[in-house]
Design a protein around this ligand. Structure first.
Ligand SMILES: [Zn+2]
Length: 250
């Protein structure tokens, strides 16, 4: 592990992967840079249905070297400058991808330009321990650069995966084996305001997270957000993608 920088890098110093270097569904690195419309790994091309819930997925790069150091520093709560610089770089990467997709043809993509920005919520305990919610910080910088609004419709309800396997969740599962705790819940508005919010909610959401590993977090978040709104289009912007599996590359 390298030394974590205390201050943020200049945005220009953050190297981003060229567009077409990763799969737009799962984020895996492709063997070579391809045209954006072909940016799908073998696994996602074979099985587009399962991959389609969160699309497109935009990343800065793989989870390694400098980017990894910056993300680790961000998680430890090092300076807001770092979060701002990374959020800004991610926003620019996102807008480049969307602009390229729009130039292609896709109408569906057009609407992503008016999406709301949804940070993946942190477990409250970790947020209190660290006194820092880095996903929200990233989302704020991202939204500002894209001219979008941050929305916080998701909440963690079982804390981190560890606590889902213990405590209340475990005890309840002992009583009811079919009980499967969901990591997220959707915040509800008071009834009087519900209709108002309903009318104002965009049909598109961009999930913001630091690292995508298995994709489970993004999938769970998308599932909860889309449960009552199948028409909701959900994209994701993550700083880095981890666990590249060379066997699955195109
Ligand atoms: Zn893929």
């Amino acid at each position: 592990m390298g030394t974590a920088p205390a201050r943020g890098p200049a945005v220009g110093a953050i190297a981003c992967d060229p567009i077409g270097a990763w799969c737009l569904s799962c984020g895996r690195t492709l063997r070579q840079v391809v045209h954006l419309r072909d940016a799908a790994c073998d696994a996602c091309s074979r099985n587009p249905r399962s991959a389609a819930r969160v699309w497109p997925l935009v990343r800065l790069g793989e989870y390694r070297s400098e980017l990894r150091d910056w993300i680790l520093a961000l998680k430890r709560g090092h300076g807001s400058e770092l979060g701002e610089a990374l959020g800004l770089a991610l926003a620019r990467q996102w807008m480049n991808v969307i602009a390229s997709l729009r130039a292609g043809e896709s109408n569906a993509v057009e609407a992503l330009a008016t999406a709301d920005v949804q940070p993946i919520p942190m477990p409250w305990r970790r947020r209190i321990e660290r006194g820092n919610d880095h996903a929200r910080r990233l989302a704020a910088a991202f939204a500002q650069e894209c001219g979008l609004r941050v929305s916080c419709r998701l909440a963690q309800q079982w804390g981190d995966p560890q606590s889902r396997r213990s405590g209340a969740a475990r005890r309840r599962r002992e009583v009811d084996p079919s009980f499967h705790p969901e990591r997220f819940r959707q915040r509800t508005h008071r009834r009087l305001l519900a209709g108002w919010h309903e009318n104002r909610r965009p049909n598109h959401t961009i999930l913001i997270d630091d690292v995508r590993t298995t994709g489970e977090t993004l999938r769970e978040a998308a599932e909860v957000l889309g449960r009552h709104r199948p028409e909701l289009q959900i994209g994701a912007a993550v700083l880095a993608v981890s666990h590249d599996d060379p066997g699955l590359q195109r």
